[in-house]
Every structure is written in structure tokens, then in C-alpha cells.
Ligand binder design. Sequence first.
Ligand SMILES: Cc1ncc(C[n+]2csc(CCOP(=O)(O)OP(=O)(O)O)c2C)c(N)n1
Ligand SMILES: [Mg+2]
Length: 701
Amino acid sequence: MTTAHTSPSDNAAPASAPQAAVMANAIRALAMDAVQQANSGHPGAPMGMAEMAVALWGRHLRHNPKNPHWANRDRFVLSNGHGSMLIYALLHLTGYDLPMDELRNFRQIHSKTPGHPEVGITPGVETTTGPLGQGVTNAVGLALAEKLLAAEFNKPGHAIVDHHTYVFLGDGCLMEGISHEACALAGAWKLDKLIALYDDNGISIDGKVAPWFVDNTALRFTAYGWNVIGPVDGHDTDAVDKAIAQAKQSKGGKPNLIICKTSIGKGSPNRANTAKAHGEPLGGEEIKLTRESIGWSHEPFVIPKEAYAGWNADLCGREAEAQWSERFAAYAKAYPVEAAEFARRMAGDLPGDFAGIAEAIVGDVHDKAETVASRKASQIALERFTAQLPELLGGSADLTGSNLTQTKATPALRMDTQTGAVVKTLVGEGDAAREVIGRHINYGVREFGMAAIMNGVALHGGYIPYGGTFLTFSDYSRNAIRMAALMKQRVIHVFTHDSIGLGEDGPTHQSVEHAASLRMIPGLDVWRPCDTTETAVAWTMALINRNRPSALLLSRQNLPYAPKNQADLITRGAYVLAEPEEVGLKKKAQAVIIATGSEVQLALHAQTELARLKIAVRVVSMPSTTVFDRQDAAYKAEVLPAGLPRVAIEAGVTDFWWKYGCAAVLGIDTYGESAPAGELFKHFHFTTENLVATVRKVLGR
Ligand SMILES: Cc1ncc(C[n+]2csc(CCOP(=O)(O)OP(=O)(O)O)c2C)c(N)n1
Ligand SMILES: [Mg+2]
């Protein structure tokens, strides 16, 4: 941290009390006027958090409106995303490229001011929020990434990674279960640079929360190992300012919760402190009364110079970044290799020789042609990728030994219980021995938290997060997976135990609808590889695709290697794995069997059996329907020629496969059963005989 600014107010000279009031009221006015203009939105939260915003954004937040992507900026998350007009007002007032016209266009098509804040649309918005509880969880991921990067890159006298993560959150976020998962982890990870400000207004949509939200939040967070400050009067800017300053001094690795008692819709004579202020426009009459009550005489969307002057972060933002740039330049001089690596990692670029690394991995597993479970195939690929990509940050939701997400290069992440510092471990031997941070996270049994924390890590930059659980529990993570897709973040989900093939654990653990349902998430790539080569390619593609999340669906059981001439076409999502000639038939295919993952072997067996009957079929392996669907029409027609009947086989719901114009689909439209896997495949008619019979029926032979 630089010392140019002093506590409690870190940014320039604190505004005088009257100016602070004007600054807060500028937010109130913009929020109520924009919501009124849109005739929809949430005025209450921004009006209630206006002073909290003056304290944080006016006095502490280190950011540069002219460069929203500056690596060492403080991160700010508005977890109660319905209060979006708060952040839009702040971005406009402090000098981001968000002109007043965008605020006038609040919630309109193609505006930069969508209903809830969306990363990538509005400069300065760090994450997309609105699904309550996920914002604060993203913030935990942002703070974790900061802490790990600092541990990896900072050198004595060179703190190039050194910023805070701030989050505003409301009752809704605290009621959501995911806040428990995330905040417990923040305590365990000792994220003392995480500062959460709780908008404690006692109101949610259904009214006063007392009948349904009676947690003692202070004790709850104390129990997580947080430093709880307050309650403070959330409308007393100086009090909030002091609380933030105190939080920044947090010792012993405790994350910080500042409880701010506020009134929702503060300033509105008839709506303040009522649920009516939450999610509807105040209305013309009430807006007039509010203007009178807060002494705001300006027309809608007119902000007095005084308010702009108080908010403007241009100068201190440039200064803050310039100071950091100087520090970084000194670092780069002393540690040129590390500086270049830091720049690469923050840019999200893979190592320059990535193509070669991936090619070697795919080539090797192809040559070895091993029969292993695809979860094991994933670990085989990961051993190599993690050894060469220090940005890979793995983890598992308490299923490390099952998901096989950990490798030699990724020791478990641990924090020193005394100091809170990231523990470093010696890996490698002799000259190659290096001290590294833990790169495999024991998330505990917290699938949703893991998924949303990974989103935060990806948003921060510097790491490519991946995490494992059983495929069935992807439902727990589902909304965070969707958010990763919506936000275009490279987050990789390792979902093992992908079907009835897991056997005895039974229907609670056996995925049936999950592959199909994940494939329906726009922007998510789903892979269900059939062997080691397809798995290594799936990993490669997941890493290359910097603007989308991926889900790898992997088997618990061994899968025989599917012989293939080359691996290139796997990258196209589906490819011709075996033509009839491969099983000794010199005629053109009469039908196509499409198979994924563990069912590819059945397709190959059926092809051989059918050849004995002089029936020629082509086997198409389709490890990724989502990738295949993006291919050009010519390639699709090459793989699935018009006029050839198609039969699909996958140990999951059949519904999904009809879109490929199949004549028959072998799948499971019930839940599974508890029994050894082999028996289950028979019980559910996943047999060569049944597939052969199905193809014959389709062909009328
Ligand atoms: C996961 C999720 N569930 C439900 C909603 C709908 N919703 C939006 S705001 C809100 C109430 C939030 O209460 P609080 O955080 O106290 O906000 P305040 O009314 O104080 O602004 C609800 C239920 C949502 N956005 N996300
Ligand atoms: Mg509330």
C-alpha cells in the first residue's frame, strides 16, 4: 500500500459535510429518477446505501475511471445487484465512460445500464450480480485470487499485488445459503483484505424481515472468524468511513464485515423503511416530496457541479495507477521474468508454447492407448497441464480422491493458522525444487460456493480455476455455472461419476438428465469424452476457450481406448470414429450410430456385430454436442450425412438426442438403481445386443 494518503480517508481530501450530503443526494436523485424514467427498477437500495457509497467510493476505493482494467485496482462488488442504479450513478459521477444518456436509458435495450449490473457491458462493473448471494461469493473469489497472486509474485519491497476487495450486500445475500459457504471459506482462508458492508435495513421484498430472518449476523460472522465492525449508522458517512479504515487495519487474517444500519429508500417521506421502496418507482408525487425533503432542487438527470467535483476520481485515480505503474516498473527491472509472467497471467494468455504442450500431451496418451476411467484420463492430462501452467488453480468439493483433480504440481492450498499467510511448499527435487503456493483447494462440501468462487477467481485474472464434484451435484452449482457462461469466464468444471456407470451408490448419485441439461446452458461447452485422447483434447479446448466455461463429464469406470487414426477432429466436437471398412466391410455405411463417453465402446462393438450381418454402420463419437453444433453446415453434413438413419446412444435422458434427427435413441428416462455398474448397463438395456437390434429395426433388417 502506498503511503501518500492517510487513514481514515484514503482518497484525496475528504469532502466537507455539506459536500458529502450533496454527493449522497446525487445518488438518491439519479436512482429515483432513472427508475421512474424506466418505470421499473429498485430505488430503495441505492437511496439507502448512498452514504455508504460516499464513504467507500469517495474516500477509500482505489480505482481509475480512465482505466477500469488496471491490474491492481480495488475490486468492488454490488452483491445486492438489484440496487444497480447505485453503481451506475457511482460510475457516472466518478468519471467512467458512462455518460448521463446511459443513465437516462436505464434498463433499455442496448444501453450500458441493464437491469442488473453486467460485467463486460458497463465499464467498471467487476461481476454480474442479481442472483443474490453470488456477488459476495464472487468477492471471496476475487479476494482469494489477490491473496494468492500476492503470495506468488510479490517480493520483499515490491508489493505489486496489493488491493482490497469491497462488497456491498443486503439481507437477501445473507439469507442465501451460498453466503454461508463463501463466508465460511473466507474465514478459513483468512482473507483480511475482503471488506463487506452490510446494508442492514431490515427489509426485503415481502416486508420487514424480522419474522423470517432472525440470524444474529454479527455472531454468525464472528463464528466464521471474521472481524465484525458495528453496527454503525449507515447514514453517517464519517462513521462508515472510520469503520472502513478500521477494517483495513484488520490483523490476523480476519475478513471484515461492517454492519451498516440503514433505511431503505432513505429520503422518501412515505416510502422510506418500507418494502414498497424496494422494487418499484416512487411515482411523481413521492419524488417531488423526496426532492423537497432532501433539499434537491435540480431537474431529473441534472447534477450540480459541486456533486461532480466531490465525486470526481479522475485525478486520484490516475495518481494511484501511476504510483502502481512506478512500482511495477521497479519490479520489472529487478525481476523481469516474473514481471512478464505476471503480465501474461493477468492478460489471460496461455504460455507461448501452449500449442506444443497440448499437442505433446494428446500425442502421448494417443500413443499409449490406455484403458482407464475418463476421470483418470483427466488426471493424466492434468498432471502435465498443471506442471506447465502455473495459472491452473484446482480444487474439489470434498471429493478430491474421486474427482482426481489434484496433481503432483498442485499441493493443497493452506493458510498459516497463526499469521494467515499462504503456506508455501517445496515441490520437485534437486535443482528443480521450488517453493510453491498450494494450488489445489479443498473447498469442503460446498459445490455452489466453489462454482461462484471460481467465477470470482476467473474475473480477477491471474488464474484459470477448475473444480470437481460428482456430475449429479452440478445442480447445486448450476446457477453459478450459468453465470460463468453469461459472464464469458473461463471456468472449468470437472464432473466425475457421470452416469449409472458409477454403480452401487445408486440413483441419488447417478446422473440421468445432467448432461442434457448442462448442454442447454448457452455459452457452456460440455464434454463427455470416451477415452484418454478425447479427454486430453477436451482439457485443451477448455483451456483455449478463454471466453467460455466448460464442463467435463467423466466416468468413474474404466473405458477402453477407442482406436483412432488421428486426434485433430475431436476439436470439432464430433467426428467419424470408425467407418464400416474398419471392421472389414467394403461398403458404404447404411446407418450412423452416434455415441458419447462410456457408450462409444458399445457403438464400436455393435458396429462389429452388425458387420457380421453385412450391415454397414458408421460410428460417430460426439464428445461435445455444444462444440459440434457450432461447426459449419458442410462439416456437420460430412459427419452426419443426409439420408443415413441415425441411432444415438447415451446413458442419459433420450429427449436431447431427437434434435439430431435420430430414428432411435437408446437412453434412460427413469432414475438409476443401486447395483454394480455392469449389471446396471444390462438392466437398462445398454448392451451390444440391444444396440444391434435397434439398428436392425431402424433399417428393417
Ligand atoms: C437468488 C435470488 N432470489 C431471489 C431474487 C429476487 N429478489 C431480488 S431483491 C430480493 C430481496 C432482497 O432483499 P435485500 O437484499 O434486503 O434488499 P433490499 O430490499 O434491502 O434492497 C429478492 C428476493 C434474486 N434476485 N436472487
Ligand atoms: Mg434489505
